[in-house]
Design a protein around this ligand. Structure first.
Ligand SMILES: Nc1ncnc2c1ncn2[C@@H]1O[C@H](COP(=O)(O)OP(=O)(O)OP(=O)(O)O)[C@@H](O)[C@H]1O
Length: 732
């Protein structure tokens, strides 16, 4: 690949010319190091992309390199050169000493920046976007994590990891089912295949980034990705709130609202946005941005603190029972990762979608963690570390460690409960002396060497030995580093006696376990409960058909005119529909399983008196109510499952014996779709029967209620009469 661009200073494509120092960032597919370019003694950043983990093939990478080679703008980070080292692509860039806006917020501004700083950062970012769009590129991953700052407060947009020329496919999909991007920041049109998208998708992401800088996190960032996708498509666009965001000006609110318009044609271009009044008052970054990190410790210490915090969060999730779920969740909440996700993953994930109640639980869990962490004092932390060092040596530090994938690592971590506990404690120490900028406390805790050892052991993973990549990424720059070359590199490092001696030949993986979203096999990809047919979202050709019939979006499910035809004779309007939030049901992690609220009485446990017609209404009523509720719940389940089924799945399920055989009428001639519709029709008839039963029960219930009221009235009048009688006797 070699040299990129027309940088006057030349950089060799030889890894031994670079001395990797501290880790300063990590993302879905890369770890970034501060490094010294030895021939000129210059500080640079080296981004080590793990080719195994990044979804890209060599063509994508070649395209990325070509894209980068065309970049020449002060607000866009450029790559000096790039080359392949083992299973990694090294990209040499200018070192941005203050890291990303995301890191800065996470460590010191959890509630976001002040408006003046936001204005400067956004303006510089917008200049970068305007340039890229003018060149025919879509960035596709605009977010605070990709806005880098240097010591002067200068702003550069980074990461072309998923960028590509807009004149190619014009479509984010790599294959029919696979998308690339970061859900929180993704525009609705990107999530809805078919329509295509253009540079306006970056304007949406820019609007989300504005909210991220204002609040410290992107909207919906606490939700699991499936929910984010649906919320982006179905909900009104997020924005700055009149009440909650009083601290922000009207023009800022207006700018955000202009970017976050669902109709991409109504979004302004970057060029037009730059002329917005909000940017007229923006100060130069050296005035408004530089002061943000005036008192903060060096970037690498901040990054280390964040990693410890992540490790503690993962530990809390008690792997491996929910190991990958926790990992994904943690990854997601940090908002660092670019996501490579596909429909099958999403289907699996759909079975894990939590409702708001569950999110509250999650938040409570987080709170619990904080209090656990806060309760541990520094000395306890230290002593545990000591214990750990003597008792629980991990075999992970070796570059040829045996643990070779993240799941194994997770399991391993779980077995070594002490290690995890220690991570929590460490995090506690760290949190106690964090750098949250509240005016006074900006003191940094320097990580102890023990911490370094623990952290690196927890994270360390050997990169599989492999053949060199299959050829040059750019003409004339073939780099096939032989073992002897690598040996020289590590030898040199050993001699340097640096704390990061492993780094060159072995690119460490971070504890983030980021990367493609792979969820546990708790739900099969063919899950009946997977909401495949949501409005927009991922549809294949079969779904496109139903899209044209879309009539109504109901929660996770869409109602199409086809459905309506089937049910037009059934008075569904009388069926009480329940929102998932109001429902006493919770969707369990496993497919199609629903958990009833513990307060519910199962039907088969109803008391015998229920069949006795002489039972008083007061006894009968709760049971009838219960019955009523459960019947409507069952209706809901059936309707939801019906809505989420794809015709092919119904057929498959029927053939596998999971459902009764599908009836095949002469007209449908065995056609899959008609058979499925027939099956739906039968199920709907069942529903109407259930509904009729329910109506009868409701009538009975009402009659019983009336009787009960009459009896009560009689009772009252009798007792009044008795009282009157007593009084008269007394008088006499
Ligand atoms: N040139 C640089 N100087 C200093 N820090 C950097 C530099 N480039 C990247 N970083 C840091 O490393 C982090 C990860 O880098 P980057 O976003 O390029 O990786 P990635 O794997 O493509 O991430 P993702 O795809 O999750 O956005 C950034 O968020 C930033 O904090």
């Amino acid at each position: 690949m070699g040299r990129i661009g027309a940088n006057p200073r030349t950089y060799t494509a030889n890894p031994s010319d670079y001395k990797l120092l501290e880790e300063v960032g990590y993302g879905a597919s890369a770890t970034v190091y501060r490094a010294i370019y030895l021939p000129s003694n210059e500080v640079v950043a080296v981004k080590c992309l793990d080719l195994d983990r990044c979804n890209s093939n060599l063509d994508d990478i070649r395209r990325e390199a070509q894209t980068m080679s065309l970049i020449d703008h002060p607000n866009v980070i450029r790559a000096y050169c790039s080359f392949v080292v083992e299973r990694n692509l090294w990209v040499v860039m200018p070192f941005m000493a203050e890291g990303s806006c995301l890191h800065l917020m996470k460590i010191a501004y959890p509630d976001g920046f002040e408006e003046a700083a936001i204005g400067s950062i956004l303006k510089e970012t917008l200049k970068a976007l305007e340039y890229l769009h003018r060149q025919g590129h879509i960035h596709r991953d605009v977010k605070a994590g990709n806005i880098l700052l240097d010591t002067n407060g200068f702003v550069k947009l980074a990461d072309f990891g998923v960028s590509a020329c807009m004149f190619d496919a014009g479509d984010r999909r790599r294959s029919r089912n696979t998308f690339v991007g970061t859900p929180c920041w993704m525009a609705p049109e990107v999530l809805q295949p078919g329509g295509g998208y253009n540079s306006k998708a970056d304007i949406w992401s820019f609007g989300i980034t504005a909210l991220e800088l204002a609040h410290g996190h992107a909207p919906f960032s606490k939700y699991p990705p499936m929910k984010v996708l649906l919320m982006t498509i179905q909900n009104a666009p997020p924005g700055l709130d009149y009440d909650r965001d009083k601290r922000f000006s009207k023009s800022f609110k207006e700018l955000v609202a202009m970017c976050l318009v669902k109709d991409q044609t109504k979004r302004p271009t970057a060029d037009k946005l730059l002329k917005h009044s909000f940017f007229k008052q923006a100060k130069p970054p050296e005035l408004s941005v530089k002061k943000l990190f005036a008192d903060l410790p060096p970037l690498w210490n901040r990054v280390k603190a964040l990693q410890l915090k992540d490790a503690a969060q993962l530990a809390l999730k008690k792997m491996p029972s929910a190991e990958q779920e926790a990992l994904s969740q943690s990854e997601y909440q940090r908002g660092v990762s670019a996501w490579n996700f596909d429909v099958e993953d999403l289907k699996a994930q759909a079975s894990l979608v939590r409702d708001d109640d569950d999110l509250t639980e999650m938040r409570e869990e987080d709170e619990k963690l904080k209090s656990v962490v806060a309760d541990k004092d520094a000395s306890h932390c230290q002593s545990t570390l000591g214990k750990l060092n003597s008792n629980t040596e991990l075999p992970l530090g070796d570059s040829r460690g045996k643990i070779s994938d993240k799941v194994q690592e997770a399991e391993y971590l779980n077995k070594k409960g002490k290690v995890l506990e220690c991570d929590i404690l460490e995090s506690g120490c760290q949190e106690k002396t964090g750098w949250k900028k509240n005016g006074s406390s900006t003191e940094a805790t320097t990580s102890t060497s023990e911490k370094d050892v623990v952290l690196s052991k927890v994270r360390s993973q050997s990169v599989k030995s492999r053949q060199a990549l299959s050829g040059p990424l750019m003409p004339g720059s073939v780099l096939n580093h032989s073992l002897s070359e690598r040996g020289r590199t590590s030898e040199r490092r050993d001699n340097d006696n640096q704390p990061t001696t492993e780094m060159s030949s072995q690119v460490r993986r971070t504890p983030s376990f980021s990367g493609p979203l792979m969820l546990p096999n708790r739900a099969s990809a063919n899950s009946l409960s997977a909401p495949i047919k949501f409005s927009g979202g991922y549809r294949d050709s079969l779904d496109d058909k139903s899209k044209s019939n879309l009539v109504q979006i109901k929660g996770r499910f869409s109602v199409t005119s086809e459905n309506l035809d089937l049910v037009k004779d059934i008075p569904l309007s009388t069926v009480p529909r329940r929102s998932s939030q109001g429902s006493p049901l919770r969707k369990s992690a496993s497919v199609g399983e629903w958990i009833f609220d513990s307060k519910q009485v199962p039907l088969n446990q109803q008391p015998k008196e229920i069949n006795n017609s002489t039972v008083p209404a007061s006894v009968l009523m709760p049971h009838l109510q219960n019955l009523f509720q459960q019947t409507s719940i069952q209706q809901d389940i059936i309707m939801n499952l019906l809505s989420s089924l794809q015709p092919t799945e119904v057929v498959d399920a029927a053939q596998n014996g999971k459902l009764p055989p599908l009836p095949r009428s002469p007209e449908n001639n065995g056609s899959v779709e008609t058979a499925a519709s027939e099956r739906e029709r039968l199920l709907l008839i069942k529903i109407s029967e259930l509904q009729a039963r329910m109506n009868n029960l409701t009538d009975e219930l009402t009659a019983e209620k009336l009787k009960f009221i009459q009896l009560q009235q009689q009772l009252i009048s009798v007792s009044i009469q008795e009282e009157n009688g007593d009084r008269e006797e007394g008088v006499a």
